[in-house]
Design a protein around this ligand. Structure first.
Ligand code: AMP
Ligand code: MG
Length: 316
């Protein structure tokens, strides 16, 4: 069975093809000087959709008529962007008379991580708009802790914008942070098992220091907060694996910190390689493939901008 998956929640239009193993993973990612302008990002996606599709089909060595099931990122995400992927997926499924599966983007990040080696992990999902610490229990991913305001990636991007780093700022902050050991104190905002990032962005804007030192201080603070909550969740849930997924999981410093924490509890640290941590179509294809194989059939396939991870019944 071949599943073609479409990702379009925020900045990346991606297409993946999966038939029990990855056949293709192609994408085009919107960049800007500011943050994500939803209308501009959706126009970018509409412009690149056909090109990405052609590349993915070619890489997979199939034609569209070979696809058995189409899957798309149904939410959460930006309305105009989600609508591009949903429209493409719905048109293809109607034209080729093949079933359509709506996939939760956050669950897809988790499924991608699991495909590459985890069984029952404590999940640290760190992305642009989302930051959650989760574990599977009773048919759903339960949230042990999460951000109370913006996601950790959005915090990095907002902070980076103040420094003129453009979007996405995460990679540039990571590079600059490597060049400094100076630490400027920032608010450390852990609230029980939850996190708050927006005040740290404001506080960082008031410090006069070299960009390298600010980036180092910012990373150490927000990553330290995330590791603290993750460690408490791990001690409580007693999982044997710690899995880091989402766009921010591409950061080497965060990976090092979390893997040291996991090791000190005798747990294995797992994180997929960058291609599968960044938003991508393959994670949608492999999740759609699993769902369809397990007999999941959905009634409503409207986009869901605020679809939470813990609302999904994981029956597959
Ligand atoms: P996602 O929402 O999962 O697509 O992830 C996008 C977010 O990941 C953006 O906020 C980026 O700034 C962030 N990001 C990408 N690469 C890195 C990196 N190397 N370090 C930190 N954050 C990153
Ligand atoms: Mg994502």
């Amino acid at each position: 069975m071949i599943c073609l998956g479409i990702e379009s929640t925020a900045h990346t239009f991606g297409i993946g093809v999966f038939d029990g193993k990855p056949l293709a993973n192609k994408m085009a990612s919107y960049k800007s000087q500011g943050g994500i302008h939803p209308r501009e990002a959706s126009q970018y996606m509409a412009l690149h959709a056909t090109g990405v599709m052609k590349d993915a089909i070619k890489e997979a060595g199939i034609s569209l008529s070979d696809v058995d099931v189409f899957a798309f990122s149904q939410g959460p995400g930006l309305g105009p962007c989600l609508r591009v992927g949903a429209s493409v997926a719905k048109a293809l499924s109607k034209y080729y008379e093949k079933p359509l599966v709506g996939v939760n983007h956050c669950i897809a990040h988790i499924e991608a991580g699991k495909y590459f080696g985890a069984k029952d992990p404590l999940v640290i999902y760190a992305s642009g708009a989302n930051t959650q610490i989760l574990g599977f229990a009773g048919g759903r991913y339960r949230i042990y802790g999460e951000t109370l305001d913006i996601g950790i990636g959005n915090a990095l991007d907002s902070f980076g914008r103040q420094l003129g780093l453009g979007f996405p700022a995460g990679p540039a902050i990571e590079r600059l942070a490597l060049k400094s050991d100076s630490y400027y104190a920032l608010p450390y905002s852990v609230k029980g098992m939850d996190l708050s990032f927006s005040g740290i962005v404001t506080a960082a804007s008031k410090i006069k220091a070299k960009r390298e030192a600010l980036c180092h201080s910012f990373q150490e603070t927000v990553f330290g907060m995330l590791v603290e909550v993750s460690e408490r969740a791990l001690a409580h849930a007693k999982k044997k694996e710690v899995m880091l997924v989402g766009g921010v999981a591409q950061n080497k410093r965060l990976r090092t910190m979390l893997s040291a924490m996991a090791r000190s509890h005798g747990a294995k640290f797992i994180s997929p390689r960058n291609e599968y941590n960044a938003d991508n179509g393959l994670m949608i294809a492999l999740t759609g493939w699993k769902m369809h194989n397990a007999g999941v059939r959905q009634d409503s396939l409207k986009i869901r901008q605020k679809w939470r991870t813990d609302e999904v019944d994981v029956s597959w």
